[in-house]
Design a binder for this molecule. Structure first.
Ligand code: C2E
Ligand code: CA
Ligand code: CA
Ligand code: CA
Length: 277
């Protein structure tokens, strides 16, 4: 297998081996998975702290692999990103989650859904048309869709990404900055980007209780968000102590294992029904 120039045996990674058999097999399998519908969305609730209501869920993609079981995105997203499969993957996730949202709204559940976009998606000037078409196909109002974008996306090619973001915005969809605080943060885009929400990365949230510095960062980020008229979402909330602190800081929305793991649609419905709201 792959040897580094220094003679150390490097750990084999599919994405580092452009001509490798494993990579080609995985690539073919991923392509087939897309057409066979093996990519499925799980949904994780976003809990509004003021009243405990769930108004939104985040769609997180999984690969229901015929032999290897349920695969998490870290095992196949990098490959999709490098091989031009990110566009069909995102369209599949949007299609599936908007169809699901239609079903939920028909059941009287007034939810919105959040979908993650990757770097390549935001450099794709066809994306806004795709989003508009899918919203229409599933008869979902634009305001019921939130697109989560990361800071790295905005740094990559900010002019082009910025124009895609503006066009998406003009459709009326919500925009969220994901993993907030982990990028080579430049506050300047907060001045210009028409976003509705900041999602503070779980690196800060996870250390909130134990580490005063993390607590200070979280507290000031809540204030920053509110000064800009944005909603602050804390991700990776794993326990009640963290939740209590977040509530005290005035954080708007909480998401994490403390509330629920990402669940298949039917199990999320059962979870929502059991909460009785
Ligand atoms: P993300 O958007 O930051 O999503 C949050 C990740 O944290 C998810 O991992 C979720 O399962 C996990 N998580 C949620 N609550 C907790 C918690 O309390 N503790 C901990 N330790 N983890 C928690 P997942 O589903 O494996 O997704 C990983 C990443 O893959 C996502 O990070 C996102 O960047 C990407 N991704 C997932 N689905 C999609 C998709 O449909 N399209 C694109 N472009 N990217 C996606
Ligand atoms: Ca996300
Ligand atoms: Ca995140
Ligand atoms: Ca992340």
């Amino acid at each position: 297998r792959a040897k580094s120039t220094r003679g150390r045996v490097a750990r084999y990674r599919v994405e580092d081996d452009p001509h490798g058999r494993d990579r080609l097999q995985t690539l073919e399998a991923l392509r087939a998975a897309l057409t066979r519908g093996e990519l499925v969305c799980h949904y994780q609730p976003k809990v509004t702290l003021s009243d405990g209501a769930v108004r939104s869920v985040e769609a997180l993609v999984r690969w229901q692999h015929p032999d290897r079981g349920l695969l998490t995105p870290d095992t196949f997203l990098p490959l999709a990103e490098q091989t031009g499969l990110m566009r069909p993957l995102t369209l599949a996730v949007l299609d599936q989650s908007l169809r699901q949202l239609r079903t939920w709204r028909d059941q009287g559940r007034t939810l919105s859904v959040a979908v993650n976009l990757s770097v390549t998606n935001l450099l794709d000037t066809d994306l806004p048309d795709d989003v508009a078409r899918l919203l229409q196909a599933h008869d979902v109002p634009p305001s019921a869709l939130v697109l989560e974008i990361t800071e790295s996306v905005l740094m990559a090619d900010s002019r082009r990404a910025g124009s895609v973001v503006d066009t998406l915005r003009s459709l009326g969809v919500g925009l969220s900055i994901d993993d907030y605080g982990t990028g080579y943060s430049s506050l300047s885009y907060l001045q210009d980007l028409p976003v509705d929400e900041l999602k503070l990365d779980r690196a800060f949230v996870g250390r909130l209780v134990a580490d005063p510095r993390s607590a200070a960062i979280v507290r000031s980020t809540v204030d920053l968000a509110h000064s800009l008229g944005l909603r602050l979402v804390a991700e990776g909330v794993e326990d009640a102590a963290t939740l209590d602190l977040l509530r005290g800081y005035g954080c708007d929305v909480s998401q994490g294992y403390h509330h629920s793991r990402p669940l298949p649609a039917d199990r999320l419905e059962a979870w929502l029904d059991a909460r009785g709201r």
